[in-house]
Design a protein around this ligand. Structure first.
Ligand code: SAM
Length: 275
């Protein structure tokens, strides 16, 4: 399979993303805690992480006991960094540079969904990736890639997405290191902007606003039949280290929500009757 070579707004954000887990406590104590609860245990399971960035979740999934973990990202800079780390750490994880919204399945296609990883995983994760779908078709394609990657008996897709009802005040998330803005009213696919202050670095990225209905439509069209929306929670450790008050504003209007989408076994192709 030929690797993607596209320019991404994330190409220059490798260091910022790499440090964000330590520098932004909500990533560990709320986001990762909630994502792993939604995944529900990975020991011995095969996991595909879409939009893996610098590989934070890929490495973590492997440490948590996943058997095989593959990270995919369209940013070659992110994937190169993640691979360099893997050369040293030798966790046995794999990375691929590819556009996960490419679902073309014409014969001879090199798309991720139709070739390399189709039908091989028990779990697919995508942490803050769906907000970068520029169109509804791309949103649906992300979900189709996730569904096709799941094995014959089905499995689970867990996505951390931008809360469609994130706080309208751009400064609301400032105590958590972010500034989020989008035009109002937030029509489907409206562009928004995030600035994040991560230690010495400042990260600026554009995203797209999608409603809960748009996400559900994309997931159902892809074949997910059981969809749960989960509000993030804070870990015990996070409460102990920072105190309840620190998290109160975030938890009352979190900037992200978790989607847990399950798909059952693939329908057997019907056998023609002979009688
Ligand atoms: C906000 S970062 C999150 C990275 C990582 N999941 C994390 O939580 O640290 C979003 C990532 O999604 C990737 N991405 C966005 N659109 C993509 C696409 N169509 N195909 C593959 N990766 C994509 C970006 O390159 C970026 O690394």
């Amino acid at each position: 399979m030929k690797e993607a070579d596209v320019e991404s707004q994330f190409d220059t954000a490798v260091a910022a993303y790499e440090h964000s887990v330590e520098e932004m406590p909500f990533r560990e104590h709320i986001e990762a805690y909630s994502v792993f609860r939604a995944v529900g245990g990975v020991t011995g399971r095969d996991v595909l992480d879409l939009g893996c960035g610098s590989g934070a979740y890929v490495r973590r999934l492997r440490h948590e006991g996943a058997a095989r973990v593959v990270g995919v990202d369209e940013s070659t800079a992110m994937v190169e960094y993640a691979r360099r780390r893997e050369e040293h750490e030798k966790l046995g994880v794999e990375y691929l540079a590819a556009d996960v919204s490419d679902i073309s399945d014409a014969s001879g296609s090199t798309s991720l969904a139709s070739t390399a990883f189709a039908g091989q995983f028990d779990v697919v994760t995508a942490v803050y990736v769906l907000p970068y779908a520029p169109t509804q078709a791309a949103l649906a394609a992300f979900c189709t890639t996730a569904r096709r990657a799941l094995c014959e008996r089905g499995g689970r897709f867990v996505a951390a997405i931008l809360n469609p009802a994130f706080a309208p005040d751009p400064q609301y998330y400032r105590p958590y290191g972010m500034r989020l803005s989008a035009p109002r009213p937030r029509r489907e696919g409206a562009p928004g902007h995030m600035t994040a202050w991560i230690g010495e670095e400042v990260l600026d990225v554009d995203f797209f606003c999608w409603s809960a209905a748009a996400h559900e439509q994309a997931l159902r069209a892809a074949g997910f039949d059981h969809i749960s929306w989960i509000r993030p929670e804070v870990s015990e450790k996070g409460r102990e280290e920072y105190g309840e008050d620190h998290w109160a504003a975030y938890l009352s209007c979190p900037h992200a929500l978790i989607i847990q989408a399950d798909a059952g076994p693939r329908a057997e192709p019907s056998t023609p009757r002979t009688d």
